[in-house]
Ligand binder design. Structure first.
Ligand SMILES: Nc1ncnc2c1ncn2[C@@H]1O[C@H](COP(=O)(O)OP(=O)(O)O)[C@@H](O)[C@H]1O
Ligand SMILES: [Mg+2]
Length: 286
């Protein structure tokens, strides 16, 4: 299907005046954000500034105190924006089938590699194992993991941090999402493994979706190398609002007394932990 210019301009997510407090702790004080379809967007900002809280509102897991979140409904013609607050749980679950999520701590289920890829495909899509195994092989290969039966039967507890991360991306890809959300996808990975995840995020973003649309990617991160490699539109949250919104190059070059100290602190926040299993040469991990 041809990708027309109208769909490029279409909005995927619109956040308006989003306000959220937990008790007397005001976390978001009026976030406005518009994400267009096919865009890659990074959300940055100090620890505890509300990045994950913002994401959880976009995913419909938290309800705003004020303001609203609208997201594209890919089951409707032209995928118009729908207000999350107007949807019931079933409709929210339906929207989720078009989204893929890769969380900070992977959130893999206990069990095998195949169990992890299969769960959503069987629960949400109603597919049986005969249908799931070829999909599993395809998405494992797409993230440079072995696609052998042996690897699919590996317990996820035996995977290194880098392999677990790639499996989390493979699991998200299996659902052929229109939108991919990553929450600190490279935190705790060594630089070499992180670089493979950067490439994976780029490749996954550029691959066309099932409907022939461009995929939308939203990444929460403190990873400067990721930002330099992918050069996404960069949005910085500060004191509960969007403080900066523009190209990464402008963010990097900014002399702002708010941005400069954060920029210098990013490697510390990124806090790379080292997992020696990630040093295994690619292709020898299974
Ligand atoms: N469910 C919750 N209940 C109470 N406080 C929360 C909850 N979720 C997040 N917070 C608080 O909101 C702030 C922002 O959290 P978060 O969005 O996770 O930060 P980050 O920008 O590091 O992702 C933190 O101070 C956190 O403790
Ligand atoms: Mg967070």
């Amino acid at each position: 299907m041809a990708v027309n210019s109208i769909s490029h301009q279409a909005e995927e997510i619109r956040v308006e005046g989003l306000t959220k407090a937990f008790g007397d702790h005001r976390v978001l004080t009026g976030v406005d954000l518009e994400v267009r379809r096919g865009e890659m967007l990074a959300v940055v900002g100090g620890s505890g500034c509300g990045k994950t809280v913002l994401l959880n509102h976009i995913l419909g897991r938290l309800e705003p105190d004020a303001g609203r979140v609208r997201v594209a409904d890919h089951d409707l013609e032209g995928a118009p924006l729908v207000d999350l607050s107007a949807l019931d749980t079933m409709e929210t679950d339906r929207l989720h089938t078009h989204w893929g999520m890769v969380f900070q701590k992977n959130a893999l289920f206990s069990g095998t590699v195949l169990d992890n890829i299969a769960l959503w495909l069987s629960e949400v899509r109603g597919l049986d194992e005969d249908a799931i195994v070829p999909i599993a092989r395809r998405v494992l290969a797409a993230v440079d993991l072995p696609d052998s039966d042996e690897f699919m039967q590996t317990d996820v507890n035996e995977l290194s941090g880098g392999m677990a991360k790639r499996l989390a991306v493979a699991r998200a890809l299996a659902m052929e999402p229109e939108v991919l959300f990553y929450d600190e996808p490279t935190t705790g990975l060594d630089p070499t493994t992180a670089a493979t995840v950067h490439d994976l995020i780029a490749r996954t973003h550029d691959a066309q979706t099932r409907t022939g649309e461009r995929r939308t990617t939203l990444i929460i991160t403190h990873d400067k190398d990721l930002l330099r490699r992918l050069e996404p539109r960069t949005v910085m949250l500060h004191e509960g609002r969007v403080f900066f919104d523009g190209p990464f190059r402008d963010f990097e070059a900014s002399a702002s007394p708010i941005i400069r100290p954060y920029f210098d602190l990013m490697p510390v926040l990124h806090g790379r932990a080292f997992d020696p299993r990630d040093l295994t040469p690619p292709g020898h991990e299974g």
